[in-house]
Design a protein around this ligand. Structure first.
Ligand SMILES: NC(=O)C1=CN([C@@H]2O[C@H](COP(=O)(O)OP(=O)(O)OC[C@H]3O[C@@H](n4cnc5c(N)ncnc54)[C@H](OP(=O)(O)O)[C@@H]3O)[C@@H](O)[C@H]2O)C=CC1
Ligand SMILES: Nc1nc(=O)c2c([nH]1)NC[C@@H]1CN(c3ccc(C(=O)N[C@@H](CCC(=O)O)C(=O)O)cc3)C=[N+]21
Length: 311
């Protein structure tokens, strides 16, 4: 029988914790405010990113903070990087903005590197600025650092469900900057044997079949992408494996979700499995809240007093 790995508990705990810290920050005159930037005009991405952005904004408002969503997807392609840079610079300067998320993926013609390089590292809720990314290669502290939201959320889920990582064969499918790459680095530091598969991997099946833990972070469901699709099904995995499904897209026409993992067939073989709804997404949002509180303390130290102590 499969045990479902649910994110609800982490999400609820994070909201309670964040609510307390919003009150403490109010006492020093700081209200956490998250700015979310949308840049992608691809219809699938726009539908998906709008959904995520509004959920994150809702969480922040529920704990007493503020959120602003900036939609730049209508700016002509040739001006979009420039306009985004201008917006990021103004958000950097504003003392009322304490955290910024640039929703990924950005369209191919936008200079993503330049955007993350321009963002103030102390407001970087996703830990995606060049310096924040590099710190991961050194070491990390799951309880105290601003870490990439989804990888950290997944590690918290493993801890909560008592899933061992040390010495395990872990396959990570996808090496995106947001999930696959940082997560595989973190798993390596936790002494897993990590195999990373991606679009150009010669073979995937043999690696997936022998893994103790499979994490799928691709986001190319066959219902939406004819070219180069990916789906993990029950016949691809061994009995008793732990499966974590991360990738998913909203179909802009039907408004329906399609995911990396075929929940039904995988549930018949896996020992632990994240549900496509109510799993990693909630763990990610829990971590977004925690990171925003941490970046808000960092901003408070800069604009109010360096003596303010954080969580
Ligand atoms: N549930 C949640 O909370 C979250 C979900 N997501 C979702 O996770 C997914 C991944 O996010 P992100 O890291 O930004 O992804 P990217 O789009 O940056 O990367 C996708 C990765 O998948 C690989 N890939 C593409 N096609 C295949 C294939 N056919 N088989 C195997 N691998 C393939 C790519 O390979 P290559 O590098 O060779 O091009 C790339 O490494 C997205 O769907 C995103 O929406 C993200 C964050 C949170
Ligand atoms: N810079 C950046 N940072 C991100 O953190 C980021 C991003 N870009 N791009 C896209 C992905 C995706 N993502 C999710 C957030 C919430 C849910 C989520 O809450 N899902 C709910 C419900 C979904 C629904 O009700 O529609 C669930 O799983 O139960 C999922 C996925 C963050 N992402």
């Amino acid at each position: 029988m499969v045990t479902w790995i649910r994110g609800e508990g982490l999400h609820r705990q994070a909201k309670e914790w964040a609510r307390e810290h919003v009150k403490r920050l109010e006492e020093v005159g700081i209200t956490p405010k998250l700015a979310i930037i949308l840049l992608n005009d691809d219809p699938v991405e726009l539908a998906t990113q709008r959904r995520f952005a509004s959920l994150k904004a809702r969480d922040v408002r529920e704990v007493g903070g503020e959120a602003e969503i900036y939609e730049l997807h209508d700016v002509p392609p040739e001006r979009r990087t420039k306009e985004a840079l201008r917006l990021i610079e103004s958000l950097n300067k504003r003392d009322d903005v304490t955290g910024v998320i640039i929703q990924k993926p950005v369209p191919p013609f936008v200079d993503e590197r330049a955007l993350f390089a321009a963002l103030s590292p102390e407001k970087d809720v996703d830990a995606l600025t060049p310096d924040n990314k590099k710190r991961l290669l050194d070491r990390f502290d799951l309880d105290n650092d601003v870490l990439p939201c989804t990888p950290a959320g997944i590690l918290e889920l493993f801890r909560m469900y008592g899933i061992e990582i040390r010495g395990k064969d872990v396959v990570v499918v996808g090496k995106g900057e947001l999930v696959g790459k940082p997560l595989s680095v973190m798993l390596m530091q936790l002494d897993a044997t990590v195999t990373v598969l991606h679009a150009l991997s010669k073979e995937r099946e043999p690696y997936v079949k022998r893994a103790d833990i499979v994490i799928s972070a691709v986001g190319r469901p066959p219902e939406i992408y004819r070219d180069n699709p990916w789906r993990l099904t029950g016949e691809m995995i061994k009995e008793g494996v732990v499966v974590v499904g991360v990738g998913g897209k909203v179909d802009p026409i039907s408004g329906k979700w399609h995911f990396d993992v075929d929940e039904k067939s995988v549930a018949e073989k896996a020992s632990y499995l994240t549900p496509n709804i109510g799993g990693v997404g909630l763990a990610t949002r829990a971590r977004v809240l925690k990171n925003l509180i941490r970046t808000s303390y960092q901003v408070a130290r800069l604009v109010v007093s360096s003596r303010i102590v954080g969580p």
